[in-house]
Design a protein around this ligand. Structure first.
Ligand SMILES: [Cu+2]
Length: 520
């Protein structure tokens, strides 16, 4: 075994914990397994298998303590390493060559931004802007990010829509411990699917995402797609007042309804921007809804535009049509043919302008509409042999629960169970247990008067039916489930782990609308 003495101590502690759980006769195979897996995996074994809360507490506390020592002791070296852009020397897990080093150093830190002219907003950002640095990597390759936390709070990064190993999924107390102020965490995983994705914390999400900790993640296709021009437009609505100060990110009476909305809408952090497009050319425009709450009703009057992908996955190109409802966390990839130079188009949310698309002179020969993007390698569910599971999304509205103890109220439930974001053991009680490799059809039933963008971690699913819309089946990671809608989505449970399944209206998620689904 490699690693520091603290690492060894940790392993012995984890082994002791496993012995306590499985009795003194803990088998040699468990010991061998525990000695060859990474610190996180050992931690996860302890956490997921430990049904006794006291043991979970002890393991968590022990790990936090140990880890602080490790990182504290190496703090000086870490800085040297960052400056030299060197390999990640302190990764504690077993590492294949492709995993060595990192391509990005992503620093989360406070950043003053000017959203209201003449006033500063004390945002938090990944890199030099909010929304944060656009990360790009080619499909099939490794994304290797050293994430450094210079915030005053603990955090993690979740990679929305990416099918990756649980250890890299960024959910606190399920896939990793929160990254504390001054610490770093190396995220390394292969990206199987091309498309538009995004990243954000999964800790104190209302505030952390609300303050600006969101960023685009673009996975480029392996081969050229025929698109020459491209823009990423990240939509976010800020919870600020008219002098740029943050206001409440989540108000219980709003959380009990459609969610707490911000007041100033921006594209790439700019209110009402002018976005230039090359006249007569086709531009791939990736629209990402990185907002906590708002469903944008995307429309561009007079535009010649086609939809090429929804939430990362390609669809047969079709006209944008009158309006597309883009819920929180969702993305749409459009091809837009810009009009003659000097003309302008209005990118709108319903009747409200979000920004202006201005055609600028361009002398290149115009190209034709590119063909459909290549499909991602997502397993096709076997509908004939799929097991059906029901998920009912309900409003409970016990606003008085938790008001006295500073914890969020409990307002929403899935199948009669509300998630408590302050309880580290919720993921130990999955709402469904799926068999690895088996196909499933989820019947999603919205029993509320509010829409919910339902998001699953770790796997993509195929939307196959709805009682409200005509569905052309497509793969996605987030489905906007309308008021009182019933929809069917199908998937192959091909990624082992405990995966979050939640509404992406952040204050719905933080007031109950989240569950864990186990695949084993
Ligand atoms: Cu919701």
């Amino acid at each position: 075994m490699t690693g520091s003495p603290n690492d060894c101590a940790l392993h012995s502690y984890a082994l002791r914990a496993i012995e306590m759980l499985y009795g003194a006769g803990a088998t040699a195979s468990i010991r061998r397994a525990a000695l060859t897996v990474s610190q996180l995996q050992v931690y996860r074994i302890c956490l997921l298998r430990a049904w006794r809360p006291w043991l979970i507490r002890e393991v968590v506390e022990f790990m936090s303590f140990t880890r602080r020592q490790i990182l504290g002791g190496l703090a000086g070296l870490v800085v040297v390493g960052v400056g030299a852009g060197g390999a990640s020397r302190y990764w504690l897990g077993k590492m294949a060559d492709a995993e060595a080093g990192h391509d990005y150093e992503l620093i989360a830190a406070p950043l003053d931004v000017e959203l209201v002219p003449g006033h500063k907003t004390e945002a938090w950002a990944f890199g030099p802007s909010a929304p944060g640095t656009e990360l790009r990597v080619r499909q099939g390759e490794w994304l290797r990010v050293r994430f450094i936390n210079h915030l005053p709070v603990a955090t993690t990064i979740h990679w929305h829509g990416i099918r990756l190993p649980l250890e890299m999924d960024g959910v606190p107390y399920v896939s990793q411990l929160p990254v504390l102020p001054g610490e770093y965490f190396d995220y390394k995983f292969r990206v199987p699917d091309a498309g538009s994705y995004w990243y954000h914390p999964h800790v104190s999400s209302s505030e952390e995402l609300g303050r600006g900790l969101v960023g685009p993640l673009i996975i480029e296709e392996r081969e050229p797609t025929g698109f020459v021009y491209e823009k990423t437009l990240s939509l976010k609505n800020w919870h600020i007042d008219d002098v740029g100060n943050f206001v409440e990110f989540s108000i219980p009476r709003e959380a009990a309804r459609g969610g707490t909305a911000g007041r100033l809408s921006t594209i790439n952090g700019v209110p009402l921007p002018v976005i230039e497009l090359p006249a007569g050319q086709i531009t791939r425009v990736r629209l990402l809804n990185l907002d906590n709450t708002l469903t944008y009703r995307i429309n561009i009057p007079g535009v010649e535009a086609r939809i090429y992908a929804l939430d990362g996955n390609p669809v047969e190109p079709r006209p944008l049509g009158k309006e597309y409802w883009l819920g929180p966390g969702m993305r749409i990839c459009l091809a837009i043919k810009a009009p003659a130079a000097g003309e302008e188009l209005s990118l709108r949310n319903g009747p409200v302008r979000l920004g202006t698309l201005r055609s600028v002179a361009n002398t290149d020969a115009p190209t034709d509409w590119p063909k459909a993007l290549p499909a991602n390698p997502v397993a096709e569910p076997d509908l004939a042999n799929a097991e059906k599971l029901n998920f009912n999304f309900e409003w409970v509205g016990s606003v008085s629960v938790n008001v006295d103890n500073g914890r969020p109220p409990s307002l929403w439930q899935i199948n009669g169970k509300a998630w408590d974001i302050t309880d580290k053991t919720c993921a130990d009680r999955p709402i469904a247990s799926l068999k690895l490799g088996q196909s499933y059809i989820f019947e999603l039933k919205n029993m509320t008067q509010y829409q919910h963008p339902i998001h699953l971690h770790g796997m993509s699913f195929k939307v196959i039916a709805s009682n409200r819309h005509k569905i052309i089946p497509y793969f996605t990671d987030t489905y906007l489930l309308g008021k009182n809608e019933r929809a069917q989505v199908a998937l192959v449970a091909d990624n082992p782990g405990v995966w979050m399944f939640h509404c992406h209206v952040i204050d719905h998620m933080e007031t109950g609308l989240m569950a864990a689904i186990e695949v084993a």
